[in-house]
Each structure stands twice: as C-alpha cells, then as structure tokens.
Design a protein around this ligand. Structure first.
Ligand code: SF4
Length: 294
C-alpha cells in the first residue's frame, strides 16, 4: 500500500440500474458514509503525510442523497479546505453531475482537473436501451459546460461497443461523439451479457466479428486524440507526484500529473512521495517522458 496515496470510500451501492450492470443487484442501494467520518479520515491521512486522496463510489454524484448530510459538491469543498494536496474522485454519472460540482472543481486547485465521465455510447437510442438516463445531446451539453468553466480539464470515459441493437449508424454516433469530446483516454469494452441483468434478456444481435471491428476502430480513434492531447504537453512543466522507479527502467522515475497522466522521467530518487516539477520532452500514446526541473 502507498504511504502517500489513499482511496476513501464515500458511499456504497448504486440505484441507477443501467440495464447491463449487475452492481445494483450485488452491492445494493446507495448508502453514503457520514461526512464527518469521511472528513476525519482525510484529516488523519493528511496528518500522516498523505498527498493524494481518491474518493470512491459507484456514482459519487449521488453522495448524501440517502441521508441528511452534505451534497457531493459540499463534501468536496470541505475536503478541499482540509488542504490535502490532491483530491480525485470516481466515478461520476453524467445524469446527476451538477453545476455546483463543476464550480467546486473549478474553484479549488487541490481538486484535480480530471473527470472520469462514462458515456458508454454516443447514440441516444442505445443510451435509452442501456438505461443511462441521458441523451447524446445532454451528455455533449454537459461536456461543453465543463470545458467552459474548466478549460484545462482532462476528460476520460468508458465505452461499450456492440450493445444489443447497435447499428452501424449508432456506432458511428459513438465515434463522432469521441471526435467532438476528444477524450484524454478511455476504457473500451466489447459488450457481453451479464447474467441477471435486464440487458441479458435482450437479443445479443451484433456478431462478434462486427463487435471486434468496431472495437478496433474505436480504440484507434481514441488513441489518435489521446496522442494529440499528450503532444500538447511537450515543452511544458507539469507537477508530478513521484511514485518510484519506473517498471521498465529503475533509473527512471514514474508518477502522475494532476490530470492523471503517467510520466516517466529522469529525476531524484529521494523525491518518492513528493510532488516535483517535470519538464515534458516527449509525448507517447499512453505516457509522457520528461526530466525533473526542481
Ligand atoms: Fe450503477 Fe454504474 Fe452500474 Fe450504472 S454502470 S448501474 S451507474 S454501477
């Protein structure tokens, strides 16, 4: 376990019932932890020297709705005010992503400008079948509002290809959405039914061959925009929380930027667990390369 990065559950369960997902059945209803307990835990972590905390929940935006307590943006503000250096959160459902949350992320420099915003599909009809409760247009409108208030935001996502009834046109809507949003990265999955979910009762009517072809096309599109975004970091100085020697080369250190990009760099080994300035010299598809400038 890390002595400088911690993960804190703020709630358990999920009430969303996306039709392909088993979580609401296995983990039960949304249950928020009391904000005072969460804040005590984070203050303790900070006192122990932790630099980064990631708030966890299946859908953190629903925090506090099941109890008489703070809302998620209010909780985030209190956590920001503890002064812990880096705050992350995952996952947030686009359906109840509030304006207050955008404002609080924009306001506090210790809330990292990285939002994992799972879209799953770029086609409104498929989204309806998935039970996601937003349309393509609503999702894009949310992205626009986020980018307006947080211009340097890093957006990442989850996408499922080959959901039942996904036509070529529906898939192309997913591709075009990715071209509009230009994600920093994405987790992409080929749909497969989960026993016990409503979607498992739908006809899995997209052939594996088609699913694979779409998957390859999608990952190539994502990689293209990812590299484009990473290239914009060349020549810039970024703040990196140093994790330790790189997996491939022990003379190289690795760590993560504020917007959660992996950086491999030449630097001082004594800085593990510290935040250092690194100048990016080269962008690759999934990593940045640089040198420490402190
Ligand atoms: Fe809940 Fe996420 Fe599963 Fe949807 S995909 S039911 S939001 S855990």
């Amino acid at each position: 376990a890390s002595t400088f990065k911690a993960w804190v559950n703020i709630m358990y369960g999920c009430n969303k019932f996306c039709t392909y997902c088993i979580v609401p059945y296995t983990r039960g209803k949304e249950r928020s932890r009391k904000s005072v307990d969460i804040l005590n835990e984070i203050n303790e972590l900070k006192a122990l020297g932790y630099k980064e905390v990631t708030l966890l929940g299946q859908n953190v935006n629903a925090y506090g709705k099941d109890i008489d307590d703070l809302s998620f943006p209010e909780l985030m503000e209190k956590i920001a005010l503890t002064g812990i250096e880096r705050i992350r959160f995952t996952t947030s459902h686009p359906w109840d992503f509030s304006e207050e949350l955008i404002d609080v992320i924009a306001k506090y420099p210790n809330i990292m400008n990285h939002i994992q915003l799972p879209v799953q599909s770029g086609d409104s009809e498929i989204l309806r079948l998935m039970g996601r409760r937003y349309s393509r247009e609503q999702y894009l409108e949310l992205v626009e509002r986020i980018k307006k208030k947080i211009p340097d935001v890093s957006l990442t996502t989850d996408i499922i290809v080959g959901f039942p009834n996904e036509s070529e046109e529906a898939f192309n809507n997913t591709l075009s959405l990715c071209e509009i949003v230009k994600y920093d990265s994405a987790f992409t999955f080929i749909y497969s039914p989960r026993v016990g979910t409503p979607a498992a009762k739908m006809k899995d009517n997209v052939s594996m061959e088609t699913k694979k072809a779409r998957f390859n096309k999608l990952t190539a599109t994502i990689a293209k925009y990812e590299l484009e975004k990473y290239k914009t970091f060349e020549g810039k100085v970024v703040k990196v929380l140093v994790e330790g020697p790189s997996k491939k080369n022990e003379n190289i250190l690795s760590g993560y930027t504020e917007d959660n990009k992996l950086v491999n760099f030449v630097g001082n080994k004594n800085m593990v667990g510290q935040i250092v300035n690194v100048k990016i010299v080269k962008a690759k598809t999934y990593t940045l390369e640089g040198e420490q400038v402190d």
